[in-house]
Design a protein around this ligand. Structure first.
Ligand code: FMN
Length: 420
């Protein structure tokens, strides 16, 4: 079917009205600096309308899976912008492996299990969720939309999903939590200045976040060569209102072509000399459960739990940090065995299908996280796009459960991988 386009803002087809906000097309890209809005400490408290002039492209072809969302996002957003979100480090071997590894796993479906009624609900750290699918922290995802991270949290929490806010987000935590109807978690780095870290944790707790994800795989940022090639740079006036407790710290001016737009902020803030004792420090100053994110080894998972963590997130940062690290799903099983029932085990990286969620749970995860698919949904259609992405994945999960012979999440067990 031929695609039909319209820029008149009216819905012409039956599906897929795709608003494009000038802000996301123009805001970043080679050289950066064309974002006219100022994201100060008050950003997000009122709707930013400066250069938000939606127009529309209407296409009749519905998007039927997450990969098609990626393709559509690439048609809409500037190439270097999508490259920032989609890219991985160095040769992107780990990035590709994250997806490819799921394709190598086969499941042995059970027959005649009476699957007419199915239930995708679960609980993660005691928090109920409609599915075991959590929204991963994605730095600066809010730059794709004039309302920052609000559409993401609205769509995710309305869908019954837990959503995690990155330290490098553009909307104040308080506004994000106020817009949510479900749990919001916060992703954290430990700073050289411990007092600043402690104050930020207090702010996060006061805002109403219900768990912390402490990122362990990024003492220094990986080198994302797409960004170097594209001379990708952030707008000079960008603020990150959740980096510190008072929210007044601007991102240092980024060095276009230097690799990562966050490198300067990282150098300035993040402690590169962390040891496991520091995890114990964090758990001692916070009342929130701490999940250590970026674990790929069973011995590290044990250390995290011994240090007081409530669980671990098996992750290679979506292939953006240490290239040639294993696919996250390949690292999961020994870690799940090591943690046992002492803590939560979550995995992220490359989850693109409902069957991938089933595979992860069969291998011992209690839940999964998705990063880039949320980016694509937001780029394609704002809150609705994110809702559609989560809805598609939930439908696929439900279908995969039916076809695998599972009526509930608890019936997704390891025998699906290797039956007797
Ligand atoms: C653009 C982008 C930014 C990210 N920013 C963060 C971050 O700020 N903190 C963090 O711990 N992980 C971050 N991640 C990693 C994600 O939380 C998650 O581990 C990863 O995206 C999962 O892989 P997937 O994108 O294939 O689903 C980021 C990932 C992407 C793609």
């Amino acid at each position: 079917m031929a695609d039909e386009y319209s820029t008149c803002g009216e819905r012409l087809g039956t599906r897929a009205l795709i608003p494009i906000h000038d802000v996301r097309v123009r805001m970043i890209g080679a050289g950066g600096g064309c974002l006219s809005r100022q994201l100060g400490p008050t950003c997000g408290r009122e709707r930013r309308s400066t250069n938000h002039r939606p127009r529309a492209i209407v296409r009749q072809m519905p998007l039927v899976n997450l990969a098609e969302y990626e393709v559509r996002a690439r048609e809409i957003a500037e190439g270097s912008t999508l490259d920032y979100y989609d890219g991985g480090s160095n040769d992107e071997i780990t990035l590709r492996e994250n997806v490819a590894a799921f394709g190598r796993i086969t499941l042995y479906p059970r027959a005649f299990r009476g699957v007419g009624e199915r239930d995708t609900r679960t609980a993660i750290l005691g928090m109920p969720a409609s599915t075991p699918i959590i929204v991963a922290p994605v730095a600066l995802i809010g730059m794709l939309h004039p309302d920052g991270e609000i559409p993401v949290v609205r769509a995710a929490s309305k869908a019954g999903s837990i959503v995690t806010l990155s330290t490098f987000s553009v909307t104040p935590i308080e506004d994000v939590v106020a817009a949510a109807v479900g749990p919001v978690w916060f992703q954290l780095y430990v700073y050289k200045d411990r007092a600043a870290s402690e104050a930020l944790v207090q702010r996060v707790e006061a805002a109403g976040c219900t768990a912390l994800e402490l990122t362990a795989d990024a003492p220094i940022l990986g080198r994302r060569e797409r960004d170097v090639r594209n001379n990708f740079a952030l707008p000079a006036d960008l603020w990150a209102p959740n980096l510190t407790a008072d929210g007044t710290l601007p991102l240092p001016e980024s060095h276009g072509g230097g690799g990562s737009p966050f490198a300067d902020a990282f150098d300035m803030l993040v402690d590169q000399n962390l040891t496991w004792d520091d995890i114990a420090w964090l758990t001692s100053v916070s009342n929130l459960p701490v999940l250590v994110k970026g674990i790929l080894r069973a011995d590290d998972a044990r250390r995290a739990i011994d240090a007081g963590a409530a669980g671990v997130i098996v992750s290679n940062h979506g292939g953006r940090q240490f290239d040639t690290a294993p696919a996250a799903i390949d690292a999961l099983r020994p870690i799940a065995d090591a943690v046992g029932d002492r803590g939560a085990v979550i995995v992220d990286g490359g989850i693109r299908r409902g069957a991938d969620v089933v595979k992860a749970i069969a291998m011992g995860a209690g839940a999964v996280q998705i990063g880039r698919p949320i980016v694509w949904g937001l780029a394609v259609d704002g809150e609705k796009g994110v809702a559609d992405v989560l809805g598609l994945l939930r439908e696929e999960l439900d279908l995969a459960m039916a076809l695998a012979g599972c009526r509930s999440i608890s019936e997704i067990t390891s025998d699906l991988l290797s039956p007797d």
